[in-house]
Design a protein around this ligand. Sequence first.
Ligand SMILES: N[C@@H](Cc1ccccc1)C(=O)O
Ligand SMILES: CCCCCC(=O)O
Ligand SMILES: [Zn+2]
Ligand SMILES: [Zn+2]
Length: 400
Amino acid sequence: MATKWENDPAVNNFRDYLRFPTVHPNINYDACLEFLKRQAASLGLPARVYEPAPRKPVLVMSWAGTEPTLPSILLNSHMDVVPVFEKSWRHPPFAAHMDPDGTIYARGAQDMKCVGAQYVDALRKLRARGVTLKRTVHVSFVSDEEIDVPNGMSEFVKTQEFRNLNVGFSLDEGMASPTDEYLVFYGERSVWELNIVCTGTSGHGSLMLSNTAGEKVRYMIDKLMDLRAQEKKKLDEDPRLTVGDVTTVNLTKLTGGIQTNVVPENLTASFDIRLALSVDHQEFENMLRQWTIEAGEGVTLVFEEKDPHLESTKLDSSNPYWTAFKTATDRLNMNLKTVVFPAATDSRFLRQLGVPALGFSPMNHTEVQLHQHNESLSAETFLRGIDIYVDVITALANVA
Ligand SMILES: N[C@@H](Cc1ccccc1)C(=O)O
Ligand SMILES: CCCCCC(=O)O
Ligand SMILES: [Zn+2]
Ligand SMILES: [Zn+2]
């Protein structure tokens, strides 16, 4: 039975976008990029595809402003989505099935193909009205956000092509909210993806050898997990705190060893550490290094990612983009909740350059389902989000 959204062009664009299986691992973005080029063409906008690193494409659609020398507005989203456990889905995760009540089921429905599609159809509405905007608006679609750096954005921000965009402010993903409030992320914790490599004496598993990798990795794991317990205690004991306010440590990989009766020459424990904004990075690193000395010789820290301390985006009158954003959402009677985001998004690469960035996905009264089975979004919420972006983008692009 057709729903009232069955023939809505914006909903159909969204569902078409969801059907491209840009799912890890080993994503081929080609067909998705062709779709986005067609979207740009339908807006009458130029689209350029950059490849800041092999197989890490970035597509940028650009709408020149009337004052093109002003710093531009970047509307970013990632094209990639996390893997699925197909058997646990009530509809195929890349079919973009829509229920009679308008619920659209697909991987990426919330994280974050909705946002990329909403940007496009917000611009479509603005251009159809003959609107002109002061500042140039770039709509970027990046790759591999969901996997460890290097990813599309981390490499793109290093290029001259990115610098040529002259970005003054950026919007990227936020998260759904089950309440009436819309979440707005103004900061993120620093990502430290850490491998602790412990080397030691190798030999027969029946002996009591000294200086083994096992004793050292145990020491390091104990120290990191004791730290985790302290931070968890802080969180559990203070109801005002959210997980984004403390430092989280998770043991995520244990690797090494070749055979159960052979004492290995190395063992590695990998940790996903997210440093709270209040942490002094030098002191934290000194503490880690002190622990490696206490654990014994041959213990090294190998960072897959080690973000610097990130300046949060100012939420006061010193930031005219925030004033514009808040004025637009106030006018729409939107109830905002500003938070430090517990996870990481590509906004971190803009903030590292000193570019103010907000994480915002216009989904309230929506259960948080990112990375979960049966990820979904209602057509009504999707369409409402387009109208929110129409006002927000206008306000941002007309900041004097
Ligand atoms: N969104 C991802 C980004 C990321 C991927 C891989 C490593 C670190 C960060 C996260 O917060 O986890
Ligand atoms: C909504 C943001 C989630 C964290 C970044 C990601 O998983 O893409
Ligand atoms: Zn994600
Ligand atoms: Zn995401």
